[in-house]
Design a protein around this ligand. Structure first.
Ligand SMILES: Cc1cc2nc3c(=O)[nH]c(=O)nc-3n(C[C@H](O)[C@H](O)[C@H](O)COP(=O)(O)OP(=O)(O)OC[C@H]3O[C@@H](n4cnc5c(N)ncnc54)[C@H](O)[C@@H]3O)c2cc1C
Length: 458
């Protein structure tokens, strides 16, 4: 079957059509998350929308599932069969400075958009990592360093070229296929193969941002102080807190080896004087080991989180929280603090609300509008992966009074995303309209049927 499918496709597409064992196959299916193996029967390296059309039609005709692969940052579930379309050759970036938009191919990463936009004094509203793919990120919503000032990144999705599950090409905008535009803004999976998107850019001439590192002995003061500060935080300021426990292993750089560190990240578009005044109470929470908060060119936003850029194995879990009152700090410290018994290298809280709570004109499927925080856990030692799901479940149980009903597909890692029941119903309808035979699958977390069931993939 795979040879027949590959032969059919080779005659129809311009890009490479590869089966296991072919030169280039391993490279085509390699994922950023090394813990997940993608081994489809056939991999197609799309070079155009027409290549994608041929792949979708062939998958449908042969009755095999199709997944889309850009960077593999969101690859949580292995692929053992079927057809994979890789988008990395769709790498065009075009900035329209007058319209303040960028039109980019499905294989583009945020770093390329940021560089092209910077030539015109503009910036995308992107995530923490420059190497994440634009389309996969936008489809999940997108919570970045400017979440509170600028909202979910998907709020700036203006249009898309989409190959539906039946192999039709549709140009999506507010005027054409608005139901699909609504769904693409956060509905994540099963909505078609996106080959190009147009996003709004912003001018951010001044930015006061970076991170503070505090020593582990001050964790309680920092967690309590920061969470209390968020209750009345400036709406234009986005902050997040990560606690990382680095193992005492030679692979860990010497200054971090065997140490626990706290990172408090801060980003406020605007002038330095106001930024410094807003930041002052946070800077004073505890003695600062490394102060890297100051005036930052918007093109260097990636320094705020300093996310890893090289592929590595990881297990990620996440949830959304509704509020911080009623002593979230004590519960969080007990469940996930440096002295808690858990297998995670890093645990993180990101402050949301502000602009993330305001829906975009025309509406969106994004989950998390009513959340105040996102919570994430990260394991990188493969020996910890087996224990990670249960440990996450225990932590979420301990945090149940603060847990939101919804969870976001970009931020929930290997867990099932959960949309509001109304959104889930509407998403199911849109998915069925554009992919009636269920050809499209995801390498990431999905939950097509039961939004409130929880647990692993639905
Ligand atoms: C280091 C790191 C940092 C991150 N930081 C953030 C952050 O700050 N904020 C945030 O919100 N998220 C963040 N994420 C999560 C990230 O946004 C998701 O994992 C996202 O799915 C990655 O998209 P990708 O295309 O790069 O990955 P891929 O693994 O290639 O794609 C993941 C899924 O996206 C979908 N997809 C991708 N391309 C297409 C397409 N052309 N058409 C249709 N579907 C497609 C598919 O369902 C695919 O299975 C981060 C992840 C990592 C690993």
């Amino acid at each position: 079957m795979s040879r027949t499918l590959a032969d059919t496709l080779s005659a129809q597409v311009t890009g490479p059509v590869l089966v296991p064992g072919d030169d280039g196959y391993d490279d085509e299916v390699a994922a950023f998350n090394l813990a997940t193996t993608l081994r489809p029967d056939v991999a197609v390296g799309a070079t155009s929308t027409q290549d994608v059309v041929a792949a979708v039609r062939a998958a449908r005709a042969h009755g095999v599932p199709l997944v889309v692969h850009a960077t593999g940052h969101g690859a949580e579930h292995p692929v053992t069969s079927g057809l994979l379309v890789s988008t990395r050759r769709l790498d065009a970036v075009h900035v329209d400075p007058a319209a303040r938009t960028a039109t980019v191919g499905a294989g583009v990463r945020w770093a390329a958009v940021a560089a092209a936009a910077a030539e015109h004094g503009l910036a995308p509203v992107a995530g923490s990592s420059p190497t994440v793919g634009v389309v996969g990120y936008l489809l999940g919503g997108g919570v970045g360093p400017f979440a509170r000032s600028h909202g979910f990144s998907s709020d700036r999705l203006l249009g898309a070229t989409v190959v539906t599950g039946t192999g039709e090409v549709v140009e999506v905008s507010a005027a054409a296929h608005p139901d699909l535009l609504w769904a693409l803004r956060g509905g994540k999976h099963g909505l078609g193969v996106v080959t190009q998107v147009t996003v709004g850019l912003v001018a951010m001439p001044e930015l006061y941002a970076g991170s503070w590192t505090f020593a582990a002995e001050h964790v309680e003061a920092v967690v309590r102080g920061w969470l209390a500060w968020t209750a009345t935080a400036d709406p234009d300021t986005t902050t997040s807190l990560a606690v990382a426990r680095f193992p005492d292993l030679p692979v860990v750089p010497e200054p971090l080896r065997g140490r626990t560190v706290l990172h408090l990240r801060f980003a406020r578009p605007g002038d330095a004087a106001t930024g410094e005044a807003v930041a002052a109470p946070l800077r004073a929470l505890a003695p600062v080991v490394a102060d890297e908060v100051g005036v930052l060119p918007v093109s260097e936003t990636a320094r705020i989180f300093a996310d890893p850029t090289e592929p590595a194995a990881s297990w990620v879990g996440g949830a959304l929280l509704t509020h911080a009152e009623d002593d979230l700090a004590s519960a969080w410290l007990a469940a996930l603090g440096p002295d808690a018994d858990h297998p995670f290298l890093a645990v993180e809280l990101r402050h949301l609300a502000g602009a993330t709570s305001l829906d975009v004109d025309g509406g969106s499927a994004v989950s998390g509008r009513s959340a105040a925080f996102s919570l994430g856990v990260l394991a990188v030692d493969p020996r910890a992966f087996a224990a990670a799901p249960d440990a996450t479940a225990r932590a979420l149980d301990a945090l149940r009074p603060w847990l939101a009903d919804e969870s976001n597909p970009n931020l929930c890692g290997a867990l099932a995303p959960r949309w509001h029941p109304w959104t889930q119903q509407r998403l199911d309808d849109v998915r069925h309209r554009y992919d009636p035979d269920g050809v499209l699958r995801s390498t990431g977390p999905t939950n097509p049927t039961n939004p409130l069931a929880g647990g692993e993939e639905g």
